[in-house]
Design a binder for this molecule. Structure first.
Ligand code: ADP
Ligand code: MG
Length: 344
């Protein structure tokens, strides 16, 4: 879809006019949404389930750069990264609220693009946008999304359940979003020094998409149900594999051995990392924003997990006293260092 090219000043609409426009295309998917947008609060009804809630705050210049991030993609990503946190609890997201702070540099059309991306994600993942808040901001764009999900109490998976001898598993492949980010940053620098030069992203669709249009692993939560596996612990990969492994280990009070040769890295990620003189393993360990799921399962589930194309066993859980290690491709054991992608 083409982005809007005309410009309507937000001032001409006022807050309520803007809210009305933004919320007019909302579709409700769930009977658990008793009341969505339009009253002082939304009303939800999650029957006999547990309610799972997660919030993220995204600030222009800190978490995203609009010089290469199309607003529609940003809206999509803002929703998806929140849903990922709900899936990481082995729960199903059902509703979201969206709060925005917008400066006068944005037109109505720009904010409509942002919402088009958000609603696209809501429809794809079948979640209801049930409310939010709208304010002007002095500078830049502020987005806060809260995702609300449900799960049977017995299905919830926390970070603290990993046990020695469990298998450490990850979905999809890692490092792509970070390499996509490096590529976009490079093209931005080239553009700033010479605006005549067109960005060179040819053959890089996969990694650019990993950065600009990530997906959350809804399919894996369904797969767990289908093959009757409940992970013993789980986390989504927002900061990088190393840092998420550390989280599982510290919450579960265990150690881990990660096998470098098992870390799933897509060929495009691998080659582009090499072009940037970056170690592909390091991009997977420290890159972040892949929104894959990292989890542990009991050895008893090995047969159910081993042949799943989207799941890779990358290591196993040990006693805490053994520490957190990576066994390198050459067979050496190194203590793993977390170098997450810090917002500050
Ligand atoms: P209040 O004054 O109680 O904060 P608002 O006028 O801000 O109410 O909001 C009116 C309705 O519109 C509420 O249901 C609110 O949840 C919803 N809403 C406000 N801003 C947004 C937004 N950016 N996205 C979605 N819904 C919104
Ligand atoms: Mg309000």
């Amino acid at each position: 879809m083409l982005e809007n090219s005309s410009r309507t000043e937000l001032e001409s609409l006022g807050e309520f006019g803007l809210i009305d426009l933004l919320t007019s295309h909302i579709k409700i998917h769930h009977t658990s949404t008793l009341k969505g947008v339009g009253d002082d609060a939304a009303v939800l009804h999650h029957e006999n389930k547990r309610t799972v809630v997660s919030t993220d705050l995204l600030l222009e210049g800190v978490h995203f750069d609009l010089s290469y991030f199309p607003l529609k993609h940003l809206g999509y990503k803002a929703i998806v990264v929140n849903l990922s946190d709900i899936y990481a609890m082995n729960a199903t997201p059902k509703q979201v609220t969206v709060s925005i702070g917008v400066s006068s540099k944005f037109s109505l059309e720009a904010i409509e693009d942002l919402y088009a991306g958000m609603l696209l994600a809501c429809n794809r993942y079948e979640v209801d946008l049930v409310g939010g808040d709208t304010s002007s901001s002095k500078q830049g764009l502020v987005i806060s999304v809260t995702a609300i999900g449900e799960a049977n109490e017995s299905d919830l998976v926390y970070r603290d359940g990993a046990k020695p001898n469990d298998l450490l598993c990850v979905t999809g492949d890692l490092g792509g979003a970070y390499i996509g980010f490096q590529l976009l940053e490079r093209e931005k620098r080239v553009f700033l020094s010479n605006p005549e030069v067109q960005p060179d992203l040819e053959g890089k669709d996969y990694i650019v998409e990993r950065q600009l249009k990530p997906e959350a692993r809804k399919d894996i939560i369904q797969l767990f149900k289908d093959i009757d596996v409940k992970p013993t612990s789980m986390i989504d990969i927002s900061d990088g594999l190393a840092s998420e492994i550390m989280h599982l280990c510290s919450k579960s009070k265990v150690g881990m051995n990660l096998h470098e040769e098992k870390i799933p890295i897509d060929p495009q990620t691998y080659e582009t990392a090499r072009d940037f003189d970056l170690d592909p393993t390091l991009t997977a360990l420290s890159g972040g924003e892949d929104y894959e799921l990292l989890f542990t399962v009991s050895q008893a589930d090995f047969d159910k997990i081993k042949s799943q194309p989207d799941i890779t066993i990358i290591g196993y859980v040990t006693e805490a006293s053994e520490g957190i290690n990576m066994i390198s491709k050459s067979g050496n054991k190194h203590a793993l260092k977390a170098q997450g992608w810090k917002a500050f």
